[in-house]
Write a protein that binds this ligand. Structure first.
Ligand code: ADP
Ligand code: MG
Length: 676
């Protein structure tokens, strides 16, 4: 069997099934083999009668002792009943609308029945049980796959079994490494992850495959870093006008900003390409740092480009850049999806002439026909919104340009070193002076009126207010509803004398922009929004944010959202409305109320949830980890990284070959993103 063949070449996979599998991201046999279960069902077997609880599925070896006559219910359903014996107790098995089920159960034969067995007096009752595996094992572990549509675990299981029957997987790690960490081989690990014999085997398989992922991941980052280190980049001298620019700024740079600017300028001067991550909490002033970096590059006669994840943000950066650099004779262009065709053409032509301009934009910047000829610096803002791929696309538009990525997602330092080990890290760890702590409160659903009253108070004082509703996953319609519903509720009621508008992801970029601009000009007092407002929008006059269903957000996201207020000179407030049903939610809301320090919050969030969930790493597919979690599996990561480092720095032929193989397999490896 050639596992790189299309899935449709597998026996029993027709066009229909093939399409369904495609929808789960499964295109080849290889993809299916690496389509790991999301979870497992553990079924206990052959337990004592008094241990049976009817809550969890169990597997009991039952012997057929008789059949009842079928019964028809009032609603027309047919109930078939078979009686069994289990350790001297009668088990009544009932099936709905499965008349022929009797043919599957022969008198006096024993079957491994799987189902929830309920005690009814001295009897056991089980509805729609199925036949489990035949050899009497202590327990059975049933894989649960992350499926879409009407695919069933049964089909996936069958197909994977079919594949495993025909192949042997050769190992891709050296024997010595496996022995050193007492890890099982790849073949066994893949078999066990799909069909674990027992919990112990499953754990071993997990360790092996997590190691695999983290090792590949480490290799990828280290190779990238090596690659960059060994190449010549552009050396930019420090332009004399930098001093003038600093003097002309509307504020004095904070110490933290100055330090980061210095780190960047030092990179710019060096012969090697810069590859730097700037981390700074919301409002710490990353934009100005980016502008200074771009300024120096332009003044050296090169082009600079800044990519933002949304049009709103690109626009804002564009305006800010124009304003700051107004007196310095610098050309700035804005290129986004909603730039008119004519404008686009003009800007693209300008870009391709190689004249030193700053180009700010969205994904539009990485389109094929955008042809930088003289690109010296690439900046991506809010890095966590982009994948590595997108970043690379922009980088590849130049010849080893300097690279700066900026993020407001505060990541504890140790973790950042591992996550972004291909990058040098700068941290803006202090906010500009005069910022007030954003007073945060948690209100239960019943007290929401109180929150709106406070909002009215703010509006009376001349301030503005955001109300944010959660994005309801995979259902844009519902998302829309929740914003629209709230809008309808409020506009003729609490806020009937106030200008109030809605903002959501389904609006055209242009409409969004117009709305934000009206808000900036204070022509709108209240914006009801989905999380599109999250990234970077800067309106200093907004002093209150109300977040509905706050329990649905991650802490990092709440922190980001809250950062939209408290940007001006006014006392600011954030009111979290929600349902603190369980302890964990309560704890999470308490963290938000008690602290406005992004790093503290992220560390607490990490403790409560694990890294994958927190950064949306898995969802974004940014680093291609499926089973491993950078935080929880930090011990495995350390070993994997150590080995990767060893391998890359050694010169043995075997190792070089392995390096190459791994870097080739990376594409593939980052593919199983579907796993959730
Ligand atoms: P973020 O790091 O979240 O991108 P911004 O760059 O948008 O933050 O900056 C937030 C606000 O702080 C902006 O209004 C900006 O003009 C202002 N700002 C930035 N640096 C300083 C500073 N050193 N002193 C005072 N205000 C500053
Ligand atoms: Mg920003």
């Amino acid at each position: 069997m050639n596992i790189s063949m299309e899935i449709s070449t597998l026996k029993g996979v027709g066009p229909k099934l093939s399409e369904k599998l495609n929808r789960c991201g499964i295109f080849t046999i290889y993809d299916l083999l690496l389509y790991f279960p999301r979870d497992y069902e553990f079924i206990r077997s052959d337990i004592d009668f008094n241990e049976i609880d009817g809550e969890e599925k169990q597997i009991l070896s039952c012997r057929v002792i008789g059949y009842d006559r079928d019964i028809k219910t009032k609603t027309g359903k047919i109930i078939t009943t078979i009686k069994f014996d289990y350790k001297g107790h009668i088990v009544v098995g009932k099936w709905f609308n499965q008349r022929y089920i009797k043919n599957s159960y022969r008198l006096n034969e024993s079957y491994e029945l799987v189902g929830k067995f309920k005690k009814v007096g001295n009897l056991l009752e089980v509805i729609n049980p199925i036949i489990g595996c035949r050899d009497a094992k202590k327990s059975e572990i049933i894989p649960k796959y992350p499926l879409k549509g009407d695919l069933s675990d049964k089909i996936i299981t069958k197909l994977i079994n079919q594949i495993l029957d025909e192949i042997v997987i050769t190992d891709n790690l050296p024997e010595i490494m496996l022995e050193k960490y007492n890890m099982i081989g790849l073949d066994r690990a893949i078999r066990e992850i799909h069909f674990p014999k027992d919990k112990n085997e499953l754990d071993k398989a997990l360790v092996r495959l997590k190691f695999q992922e983290l090792f590949t991941y480490s290799m990828k980052l280290l190779l990238l870093k090596n690659n960059l280190r060994n190449k010549n980049g552009i050396s930019f001298y420090w332009h004399k006008q930098l001093t003038n620019l600093k003097e002309a700024l509307p504020f004095k740079l904070t110490e933290a900003q100055t330090k980061v600017v210095r780190e960047i300028l030092r990179n710019q001067k060096s012969n090697y390409p810069m590859n730097r991550l700037v981390q700074g909490d919301v409002g710490s002033g990353k934009t100005i740092v980016a502008i200074i970096a771009m300024f120096n590059v332009i003044k050296n006669g090169f082009q600079a480009s800044l990519m933002a994840p949304t049009e709103i943000l690109a626009n804002q950066h564009y305006k800010e850049t124009l304003k700051i650099l107004e007196a310095f004779d610098v050309e700035v262009e804005l290129l986004t999806g909603s730039t008119s065709l004519k404008e686009k053409k003009r800007i693209k032509e300008r870009i391709s002439t190689g004249e030193p301009i700053i180009v700010i934009g969205t994904h539009a910047l990485i389109q094929e026909d955008v042809d930088f000829t003289n690109l010296g610096l690439v900046i991506t803002d809010e890095q966590h919104r982009f994948g590595v791929e997108q970043r690379n696309k922009l980088i590849n538009k130049g010849r080893r340009p300097d690279v700066l990525v900026m993020t407001a997602t505060p990541i504890p330092r140790t973790l950042a070193l591992y996550m972004y080990s291909d990058l040098d890290v700068s941290i803006i760890d202090k906010l500009p002076p005069g910022r007030k702590k954003i007073a945060t409160k948690f209100y239960s659903e019943n007290d929401r009126m109180l929150a709106y009253k406070l909002a009215l108070d703010e509006i009376r004082k001349g301030r503005q207010v955001y109300i944010v509703c959660p994005l309801i996953e995979e259902n844009e319609k519902m998302e829309l509803n929740s914003v629209e519903k709230l809008y309808e509720e409020l506009k003729d009621d609490v806020f009937k004398n106030v200008s109030i508008e809605i903002l959501h992801g389904k609006m055209k970029p242009k409409e969004k922009d117009e709305l934000i601009n009206l808000f900036k000009e204070d022509k709108i007092k209240v914006i009801i929004s989905t999380t599109v407002i999250e990234v970077g929008v800067n309106v200093p006059n907004a002093s209150m944010m109300i977040i509905e269903n706050s329990e649905r957000f991650g802490l990092a996201q709440l922190h980001q959202l809250r950062g939209r207020v408290g940007r001006g000179e006014y006392e600011s407030y954030c009111i979290l409305i929600g349902n603190a049903k369980n302890q964990k939610t309560k704890k999470r809301m308490e963290i938000m109320v008690e602290s406005t320090d992004g790093f503290y919050i992220s560390e607490q969030d990490l403790k409560l949830r694990g890294a994958g969930e927190m950064f949306g790493i898995r969802q974004s597919g940014d680093i291609g980890l499926v089973l491993a979690d950078i935080y929880e599996d930090i011990d495995i990561l350390k070993c994997a990284r150590y080995e990767a480092n060893n391998l890359i720095s050694s010169n043995e032929i075997e190792h070089v070959k392995l390096c190459r193989e791994i870097s080739n397999s990376i594409e593939r490896y980052s593919r199983y993103i579907c796993f959730n």
